[in-house]
Ligand binder design. Sequence first.
Ligand code: ADP
Ligand code: MG
Length: 447
Amino acid sequence: MAPTEELLTLDRVHQVYASGERPFFAIQDVTLALREGEFVTLVGPSGCGKSTLLRIITGLQRPSEGQVRYRGQVLRGINPHATIVFQTFALFPWLTVLENVDVALKARGLPPALRTARALDLLDRVGLDGFEGAYPRELSGGMRQKVGFARAMAVDPELLCLDEPFSALDVLSADALRGELLELWTAGKIPTRAILMVTHNIEEAVFMADRIVVMQKDPGRVVTELPVPLAHPRHRKAPAFLEMVDRVYATLAGQTQPEHVEMGSAPGEPGLKRALPDTTITDLAGFCEHVAAKPGDRADIYRLAEELRVDSDHLLRLTEAAELLGFATVTGGDIALTPLGETFAEAGILARKEICATRIRRLPLVRWLLAMLQATHEKRLERGVAQTALELDFPAEVATRQLEIIVNWGRYTELLAYDDTRDLFYLEPAGNASHLLAAGERTRGEP
Ligand code: ADP
Ligand code: MG
């Protein structure tokens, strides 16, 4: 068997979900091959379709279009050679550690006599020797996830799919478990032929993978594949390692586009709708201040993740917000504040509010909502109306989150207000009377 034999092939796979009146491309035209002996990671912003792709690969979901082949055979139904480990592995709380692994072996049809020995061996391999009789609630998060790995391993999967397996763990447990998985894999102690792992931790991807597949959203697609030409064990502080991390960030952060592309178009207008990045203005201000403290008001994006102690997903959302508001530009993995961004970072609270208001008012989604509010007689709008309108362009939960972001940004800048008890957007009439009015209305609304 040649070491480069293709295990799994995705051939022009699409996944479309119906969303309101418009089809929503969760996955667009993904072609990908996994070969024997490979450890591949999938990275990309939240919502770019990573979990969907894993479900398609393991056969839990059939794609709208395209073909999945396993060892050259078209996959129909569940892939018997693949297993998936989720962020938090669902263990049966009423079963012991040993019994939790045993159920997987039983499901495979192994006779009882063989099962116990095999389960003990699996637990031993993931370092749970001595915990066979414990119940899940008696274990730490890291140990529970190890039971999850043991149970996944029990079916001797040729293809092990991992969906952010370390992200729910504390830093130390994650580090330990990562090291143990790599050891099992590189030393050939598990029969697994290939590993496909979703992560939003870029360092983790570079630390573990032979190849990194980078995805983007709207629509969810593969933008590039980067081989990681570093021998194990890898050293996180080595220049080649840091350079690789920098390259992945550069690919993910992209490059600042012309303004009309960055902003997208408003609901009801032709053109691509862009969702607002999920971040608060307070976080954005902290982010800009941090970059402003750097020489030349510029920084390597990958270094910021560590300095600010945020994960790459959060960091990319902050970067996107800074670009969107014209506070920063991104090129080749570097972020640089614009003169406006510098001004914002150095300004006091009131000036910041004004700068943000000027910028946020121009965003298509905000412009659209403000115009709707102006058009109503009482300058108020039920949340449900805005939600329904947004659902023509976005999936329901994205529309919900977008309105929450608009509320946060709108309140910060005082561009608009929101009554939580009555689910109403409204415009503040100028002057203090507005606050009294709002308070009075709220009291009346209460039982
Ligand atoms: P990721 O794992 O990269 O965060 P997912 O694969 O979970 O992304 O989701 C990709 C996109 O598809 C998201 O916008 C999500 O809201 C949407 N989505 C996922 N599952 C469904 C579904 N069953 N119906 C409608 N939309 C879905
Ligand atoms: Mg996911």
